[in-house]
Write a protein that binds this ligand. Structure first.
Ligand code: HEM
Length: 500
């Protein structure tokens, strides 16, 4: 019947017939064109695309490395019917992507469902355009003015290292989990910068803030279905908790901002919030009140989990490789002693310690997949086209393990960062804080925290594994955004009682 109608219509009406042929050709052409333009990648399932390839693992960075082995350094996946995801591997292509094409790829895919809802396209972590560039500029300047890199923040880190050591000592245990202490110390540095003061480690507000942040960090990741699809939100329970936790954190920020407004004195800038409020008050100020809560959240989120995970990785490698720990401690004892307060400028004088910290950052790569990027136009890398509006995953872990850049990259060898004159080597394929115009603005702060906290802890303690070091697991767990070490327990001995 249908055939008869069609046959009749096409026969008697050549215009309808031509339209029909034209539409059919168009769809066939589009399908062939998309196949031809497609970058290599695993076969897609109908409708869901490659969702099943990623959905059943939380070790996304490992799964992507398996695809790289099969399909090469630029791999394309399709999530659902429309969303294109492109993962880029190896130093050569990452440099092209993030630096040479940095202006094109500096965007976040802030239009993805869950990030759009949570970040409301504001703040510095997940926004784009004018909003992002003015907030980023403001943040970098504010951090500089508040003593970023100068003595005041350094002093606060040194003081906080003292609190951290006291907290570990007063627990009175010889075996402990440092995860109970390190995030509090690191988060207090952001608290000082943003709100002007630190919290006691037992403060209820502080503990709640850290618990909420921890949940967000351990659960916000590529494995969450509502990141990409709004219709999955009602069954994505972790997304609902993340949303609740973000509200609670912003509520806390609101209280702090109110207190700052009430106590602020003209011309006196105590912290980041004061600077921001002053800027809102000016005639040509470009910043909004709405962005303020988001940017405070961003600094806490980006500045707490990262540096504290970095420190937990450092201690893990120090107990896995006790010889390295002994060498670090000996260098510290010889050069600055066990009782002197360490300065950030001691880095050059302590090349073995600095090299050890670098090597831990390289081999563990806590920001293994960095943060996702996007581009508003097609981007060509070595003749291959990454389509516009794709979600781009810069696989930084692969650059840190790139066999063309590093000798035996799977081996832990701090010496690879030291030259024959005992100076630190700047490797071009080493970028734990990412590279290009969207790289981490907290790099200097993160480096300062990791150096001062590590040296201070090693001046005070000798750390040992409670299980044979060979049995310690060093495979990172991709719980959310970062690669974290599996939980471990350390024996803590006072170094002042040890005679080497
Ligand atoms: C070990 C410590 C840290 C590591 C490994 C780290 C790593 C990273 C990475 C890989 C990115 C993504 C950059 C990109 O998209 O290319 C990033 C972004 C960011 N980080 Fe860090 N970070 C650390 C510490 C900090 C600290 C202490 C702060 C606080 C000031 C901070 C603030 C930020 C912000 C605000 C962004 C977003 C920048 C933007 O989108 O423009 N980070 N970080």
């Amino acid at each position: 019947m249908l055939f008869h109608i069609l046959h009749f219509d096409l026969f008697i009406n050549p215009i309808i017939g031509l339209c029909f042929v034209f539409v059919a050709c168009y769809f066939i052409f589009k399908r062939v064109e998309s196949r031809l333009q497609s970058l290599p990648g695993p076969t897609r399932w109908p409708i869901v695309g490659n969702i099943p390839d990623l959905a059943f693992t939380r070790q996304t960075y490992r799964r992507l490395l398996e695809f790289r082995d099969k399909y090469g350094d630029i791999v394309q996946l399709r999530l659902g019917p429309n969303l294109t995801v492109v993962a880029v591997f190896g130093h050569k292509y990452l440099y092209e992507l993030l630096v040479e094409n940095g202006d094109k790829t500096k965007y976040r895919p802030s239009w993805l469902h869950l990030p759009k809802k949570l970040f409301e396209e504001t703040g510095v972590l997940w926004s784009n355009g004018e909003e992002w560039s003015s907030l980023r500029k403001f943040t970098i300047n504010a951090l500089k003015e508040l003593g970023f890199g100068s003595t005041s923040i350094e002093k606060r880190i040194q003081q906080e290292a003292g609190h951290l050591i006291k907290a570990i000592q007063s627990e009175g245990k010889t075996e402990t989990d440092l995860k109970k202490f390190i995030p509090k110390a690191v988060s207090n540095i952001i608290s000082v910068i943003v709100f002007g003061d630190r919290f006691e480690y037992t403060d209820e507000d502080f503990l709640e803030l850290l618990e909420n942040l921890d949940y967000i960090f351990t659960n916000f990741g590529y494995q969450q279905p509502s990141i990409f699809f709004s219709f999955m939100e009602p069954v994505d329970f972790s997304a609902q908790i993340i949303s609740e936790n973000m509200k609670k954190i912003k509520e806390y920020c609101r209280k702090q901002v109110k207190w700052h407004e009430e106590t602020q004195k003209k011309g006196v800038v105590r912290d980041f919030v004061d600077m921001y409020l002053e800027q809102i008050g000016t005639e040509n100020g470009t910043l909004s009140e709405r962005s303020m809560f988001q940017i405070i959240f961003d600094l806490y989120a980006a500045g707490t989990e990262t540096s504290s995970t970095g420190l937990l990785w450092i201690v893990l490698y120090l107990i896995k490789y006790p010889v390295v720990q002994t060498k670090c401690a000996a260098e510290i004892k010889r050069v600055i002693g066990l009782d002197t307060t360490v300065q950030f400028s001691d880095k050059e004088k302590l090349p073995y310690v600095t090299a050890t910290i670098n090597e831990v950052q390289r081999i563990s790569t806590l920001g293994a997949l960095s943060l996702p990027r996007s581009s508003l136009e097609d981007v060509e890398i070595d003749g291959k086209v990454i389509p516009k509006n794709s979600v781009i995953i810069p696989h930084i872990y692969s650059a840190h393990h790139d066999k063309t850049e590093w000798q035996k990259p799977e081996e832990f060898k701090p010496e690879r960062f030291i030259d024959k004159d005992r100076h630190i080597i700047k490797h071009k394929a080493f970028y734990p804080f990412s590279i290009g115009p969207r790289a981490c603005p907290g790099k200097q702060l993160g480096e300062m925290e990791m150096f001062i906290f590590t040296v201070s802890l090693l001046q005070e303690f000798e750390f040992k594994s409670v299980i044979p070091p060979d049995d310690l697991d060093i495979e990172g767990l991709q719980t959310g955004v970062t690669l974290v070490p599996a939980s471990y327990t350390v024996k803590v001995n006072s170094r002042h009682k040890i005679t080497h």
